[in-house]
Structures are given as C-alpha cells and as structure tokens.
Design a protein around this ligand. Sequence first.
Ligand code: ZN
Ligand code: MN
Length: 478
Amino acid sequence: MSATEYIASIGLEVHVQLKTRTKMFCSCPAHREDDPPNTNVCPVCLGLPGALPVPNREAIRKTVKTGLMMGSTISLRSRFDRKNYFYPDMPKNYQITQQERPLCIGGGLEIEVNGKKKYIRLNHIHQEEDAAKITHLEHSSEIDYNRASTPLMEMVTEPDMSTPDEAIAFLTALREMLIYAGISECDLERGHMRCDVNSSIRPAGTDRLGVKCEIKNMNTFRGIHRALEYELRRQQSVLESGGTLRQETRRWDDEAGATFPMRSKEYAHDYRYFNEPDLPPVVLDQATIDQWRTEIPELPRARRARFVSDYGLPEYDAGVLTADRAIADWYEAAARASKNPKAVSNWVMGELLRALGEKGLTIADAKITPAALASLLDLLDKKTINGPAAKEVFQILFDQGGDPAEIVKAKGLAQVSDTGAMETFAEQAIAANPKSVDDYRSGKQAALMYLVGQVMKLSRGKANPQLAAEILRAKLAP
Ligand code: ZN
Ligand code: MN
C-alpha cells in the first residue's frame, strides 16, 4: 500500500478540423487528402513569396459557433499570430495561429462519468491552419501539401479532468456536440480530431499542480485512455521511488504500450510568436454573433431532457435516440404522428436500429417513413394486427416503403378476431391435444399457452392471442 495518495490533473489540447469547403487562407478545396498528392495547392498554401492569405469566414463562423455552444466569451476583436518553426510540413516556415488574442475565451462542457456530473472548463479556442502530411521513408521523406492550411480550431481545456475516463467522457461529449452542430465530421480515423494530452499528479491535500508531461498528437480515444493510464502510473512510480519529474514532451508508442521522452530537438519551444503582418485583426460585431447563435441546433443534452419531458421516455431511451441527430429527427417525426411515443421509441431502438445495423445503412437510406411507422403502430394498438404480423409489415416497409394498411390487406395479415372462426380453431386444437387439455384441467397453466400456440398455428399466425386464450379458457371450464 502506498503511503501517499495522489491526485491527477489532466488537460487536453484538441485540434479539430472544421468542415469547410475551402482552406483557411486560400480558395483551394479543403479535406481532399485522398486526391493525388499536391494537387490541391496554390501559392498561398505552398507559402510562395509574396502570396497573401485571406481568412476563411466560414471557418471563423464555425469556431465562434463552437464557442457559443460552450458558453465562451467571443472576442469582438481577435488577431492572428505567426508561430515560427522550421519543418517542411509548414512551407512558410511558420504556422498562422492565434496566441495572444484567440477568438473564444473561457466556457466549458459538462461531462458525466458513472452518474457523476462534472464541469470541465475551457481556457480558450483559437483558430489556426493545419500542416502538410509527411511520410518518412528510409532515406527520404514525401510531403503532401493537400492538407496544408486546412482550417483547424484548437480547444484548450483547463486541467480539470482527474481520470482517464473523464478525459474520454469529455472528448466523447465534445465530438457528439460538434457532429450534431455540423462543425466537424470528427472522423477520428481521418485525423479530424487530434489531441495533445497533459497530465500531472500531486499528493492529496496539496493545491499546487505537479510537474506536467505532455503527450503529443494522439488520435484514438483508446490510445488516449491507455496512454493516460500508463503516464499516471509512471509519474507515481517516479515520485514513490524518490525521483523527481521533469517537465517534458513524450510520445505514446501504441505497440510498446508506453510513453517515451521526445528528443529535445523535436519540441524546441522557441516559436518567436509575433503578430501576423499580412492579416488585419478579426473584427466581429454583436449582430453577426447573435445571428450565428440562432443557427445553433438544439444540442444532445437539451434534446435528451426534452425527449424525457415531451414524450415521457425513460432517460435510457432518450439517450439512445438523441445520440445521432438524424435518428433523433426521425424519431421525433414519428412520435409526433403517433399516439404512443413510447411504443415508437421501442420500435426505433429495436426493429429500426437493428435493421439499419444489419444492412449497414443510415436512416436516410431506409424506405420506411416516420408516418408509416406511426400508422403501423396504430394498427397494432387497435389490434387490427398482432405483434408478429406487425414485424412482418415493418420489414416490408423498411425494404420497400409503402402504406401499412395496404400491406396488411394485400398480405391478409389482419388479425382473426372473428369469434366463429376462432371457436373452430379452438375446438380443433382441443381435439388434437388431449394431453394438454388434461394438463390444463389438472392445474398446469402452461398447457393453456401451448393450446393458444396451436390456435395461432391453425390461423397461420393471424389469430388474436388474447381472444384465443379467452375462448380456450371458456371451452375448458369444468
Ligand atoms: Zn491554396
Ligand atoms: Mn495547434
């Protein structure tokens, strides 16, 4: 048992690729990394002498909207700075970023881990441009400038997270929000979200933060979780063995499952920031910001709460349904058309998500409309059809679309509630199963269910099972 308990402080610097048509300072198409190398380039993003940058208004709008969603203060006047460094991924030998006056200041995001809520503060969000992609070969390197100068926003949190789970909860909530609001696709495999992860530990009962280690350029949630677990353990064992921690930059080796110090050359932090002379300050007026605020959709958290109150759904259902904006929209359209929003929820979470998953489709590909599901469930409610028939109709609607009532008619799926026909089926079932009849009469309730099953079979699945049970009970009464 260790004598001292340690508390961890984790902070994140998250780079998010903004969903824009063009790059940050030129009109080259953005997000076309899969095109042949160096085809989406121009004098500006290649850093040719004399080429002048022009800020991408759409990128600024998306960054400001993000700040508004997170409760940041939006700077009416911010500016760009040069971060100078020599590395071929940045052809200008500097990155245009924001150092002194970022677009968004403060704000934060609430996370929940194991039912416990916690507010993670944001220090700021700044606007910048991405670097080119370098592939190191054995004796040379290849550079592709298609990604160079793609718009990024960098979100810097306060060191408010204290476990790897909290860090992942923050990133998950952030990603969900950014996708919802159309800010970024946040495709992790394509590097749309990349993190520098800062961590330190300090003995419990002390206030001063410990020595910080930074792990650079992480792009999977699983990797971040593992790297943090490793790093916090490593820091603790250094302290427990009487050593001292150095402030340093480390890199995560996924195969080794460990972090290693980076050579000091790799993080020489003398960026000699200075004001970007080729760009005027970014000046925004309150009316524009107010306009952008109106464009923010209802976010998952608020929508979840509203699904609970408006449709009487359990928290669990509301969470599943709002995780994806298109599914939430679809559910809402169906719930509004139906008298039974909870039944709609069951069918969306069950049949619809299952069917989509099986075929690898998104909701936009499904042929069934929200109105069709609502009227299908209405037929079920009114006992025009029974459960198995409803599932059969659902599958037809899913694959081909159409009107539930017409499908029921065409397929002859309407429930048999006609007492005459049911009586005949019940008599046949009784005559053919004397053993079950004896069992039921001697008190075995399960035997009745068996006979109901036989009636269902005789009716080829169309019998109303409640009615079948009622008739059988009456016939078998002493
Ligand atoms: Zn360009
Ligand atoms: Mn950055």
